[in-house]
Design a protein around this ligand. Structure first.
Ligand code: HEM
Length: 577
């Protein structure tokens, strides 16, 4: 019956069966193209072509080669200075709209409506949760994101986060004791040390678990998680710079694929083990304000039941991975910048001295730092913020998709346009900051220095003036190290404690000097790598002088005197102490 109906229809078409098949093929192709958003892509291609582009883009690839370079954040800045507050870069036939103006960035990041998070969610889910969303990868308007964000935010308010301060000091005291045992002239990869500090503090403050990676600064069986996280992050980075990697190199039979799958699995296993350990302690006590306690107290609004283990383990992993490299690398950059500015080191030491926190020959064991010191040490706060401005670890910034067409900075952006706000470029654009490349902690002495309204010197074009913002100019930030708006870093308060306390404690005890092997500031810049976070590509090797000894002018250590202390050197503290 059906067959004859079909044949009747086919014979009614001029050309019979062959024409019918062509029509079906065209319909299927159209449906496929529709599904792949071919028509949307084509429309966006033509519309976004009008937005200014870097003139050096290649005809076929566009800016693809530049975007996969380890220093693409610097390219975003160079283009921003040349092309203005909003421009576009092309990869093959796709455009990425880039915003480097603080006011336009505010319009993008501050908005909850009309824009969704575009950071490829599958990327982080492959590591963290294997098949479901985490808070990090969920849409801002989803009930799941709201549940986790609202439920865990209290862990980071200052009334609660200060409870973790003694744990931060405990880890730092251990690190300083270990460093003090090293022979004078020893070079240490401070990046390795600061990443360990960050992991141990996140573990202890957030989950009441001491991972003890700061015990020795070397492979000692206790820091397996540290290595797993580092390797998995490298893999995630390889996937961002080469999205074809997961389809192409990772054919089912590839040993590389199996290695990576094993690694990801190990990470998830470690997070599940941590979850079981936390659960085995019983219901969190009312006074427990850790991240873990807040996650365990969450209830599914539909059932009233606690969240299942697979979701909780994913969130544990999300917090670890969001906090580790960001905080660890940020501390390294700050120590580096202080080492390059002896005048800043001297002023910081003077402030710490006045507060009774500096080690001196006369005061080899100063008083312990407490939480209130962080607010009292004004210059420390300026130094730390300025370092995060000059070297924002989230240098590539964040991306969003337009859910519907919008106008931004005089450009029409169709629905489905991807917009990037690269924080390094925002922080280094002369329209946002005066003398943007210089490291000047004193610029923070002005109240509200992080706001656009306090801007001096050149200003953005009239259409990007603060008055264009519905909330008024006071709210618009030009300091975006932690992003802003509803998706801004939830862990900011913890990050500031880890960062500022580490800098204060390390500088209280030691004066740091960049090791010769780093090749000076040029060497540091040329090896800087933006791998999900901006980091020193070959570690941050430094020598350090105890402030308990009379301070001599720092002179370069001769290569023959250098006793390198590395993960691979198998030279334990015991043998060097
Ligand atoms: C210097 C250290 C840190 C920096 C620079 C930093 C920066 C950022 C940035 C730029 C974002 C993305 C915001 C957006 O999409 O608009 C973010 C998100 C996030 N950060 Fe941090 N972060 C740091 C430390 C931490 C720490 C210590 C934790 C917690 C232990 C943490 C937890 C998170 C989480 C959970 C998110 C996702 C928030 C969401 O999707 O709603 N971060 N962070």
């Amino acid at each position: 019956m059906e067959v004859s109906a079909w044949s009747g229809a086919a014979s009614a078409i001029p050309g019979g069966w062959s024409s019918a098949l062509v029509l079906v093929a065209v319909a299927v192709a159209t449906a496929l193209l529709w599904r792949c958003d071919f028509f949307g892509d084509a429309w966006r291609f033509f519309v976004l072509f009008k937005v200014p582009h870097p003139p050096e883009e290649s005809f076929l690839l566009g800016s693809a080669w530049t975007l996969i370079r380890k220093d693409h954040h610097r390219a975003f800045n160079k283009w921003g200075c040349r092309l203005g507050p909003i421009y576009a870069v092309r990869v093959l036939c796709w455009h990425l709209v880039v915003v480097v103006d603080a006011v336009l960035a505010d319009a993008i990041l501050g908005s909850q409506e009309g824009l969704s998070k575009a950071m490829e969610p599958d990327l982080s889910d492959a590591l963290l949760s294997h098949g479901h969303r985490t808070m990090f990868s969920s849409d801002t308007n989803s009930p799941y994101w709201r549940l986790i964000r609202k439920g865990t935010a209290p862990a980071f308010i200052s009334a609660n986060i200060k409870n973790g301060f003694p744990d931060v000091i405990k880890i730092l005291t251990k690190v300083i004791a270990n460093m003090s045992k090293l022979q004078p002239g020893t070079e240490l990869d401070m990046n390795n040390v600061t990443l360990r500090i960050s992991l141990d503090v996140t573990g202890l403050v957030g989950f009441a678990k001491d991972f003890q990676t700061c015990d020795t600064f070397m492979d000692a069986g206790t820091d397996e998680l540290f290595e797993i996280i580092k390797l998995t992050f490298r893999e995630l980075y390889s996937r961002t710079s080469n999205p074809a990697r997961k389809f192409w190199i990772y054919s089912l039979w590839s040993p590389e694929r199996r290695r990576v799958e094993r690694l990801f699995k190990q990470f998830r296993l470690r997070m599940s083990q941590l979850l079981q350990e936390v659960k085995a302690r019983g219901e969190p006590a009312a006074e427990d304000v850790s991240i873990a306690a807040h996650l365990l107290r969450l209830r599914d609004p539909a059932t009233g039941q606690p969240l299942p283990d697979n979701l909780l383990a994913g969130e544990f992993g999300m917090y670890f991975s969001a906090g580790l490299e960001t905080s660890g690398n940020a501390i390294s950059w700050t120590l580096y910048l202080i080492s390059q500015h002896p005048e800043v080191d001297a002023k910081l030491a003077a402030e710490l001295d006045e507060a009774g926190l500096l080690v001196t020959p006369q005061r080899p064991a100063p008083r312990a730092m407490d939480y209130a010191d962080l607010a009292r040490l004004t210059y420390l706060g300026w130094v730390c913020k300025e370092a995060m401005r000059v070297r924002p670890v989230a240098a590539t910034g964040v991306t969003r998709y337009t859910k519907r067409a919008m106008k931004l900075g005089g450009c029409y952006l169709p629905a489905g346009t991807m917009i990037a706000v690269p924080f390094y470029a925002v922080h280094h654009n002369p329209n946002n900051w005066e003398d943007p490349d210089a490291f000047i902690p004193e610029r923070w002495s002005e109240p509200g220095a992080e706001l656009v309204s306090t801007m001096h010197g050149p200003s953005a074009s009239p259409e990007t003036q603060p008055s264009a913002h519905p909330e008024g100019e006071q709210k618009i930030k030009r300091f975006l190290a932690f992003s802003m708006g509803p998706r801004q870093c939830i862990g900011r308060a913890l990050a500031r404690i880890i960062h500022d306390a580490s800098v204060a404690q390390l500088v209280s005890h030691f004066r740091f000097q960049l090791a010769e092997r780093m090749g000076g500031p040029e060497g540091v810049d040329s090896h800087e790598i933006n791998r999900l976070t901006m980091q020193p590509g070959q570690g941050m090797w430094m020598s350090f002088q105890s402030r308990a000894q009379p301070m001599e002018p720092i002179k370069p250590v001769q290569a023959s005197e250098v006793q390198a202390f590395s993960l691979q050197a198998h030279a334990g503290l015991q043998s060097t102490g």
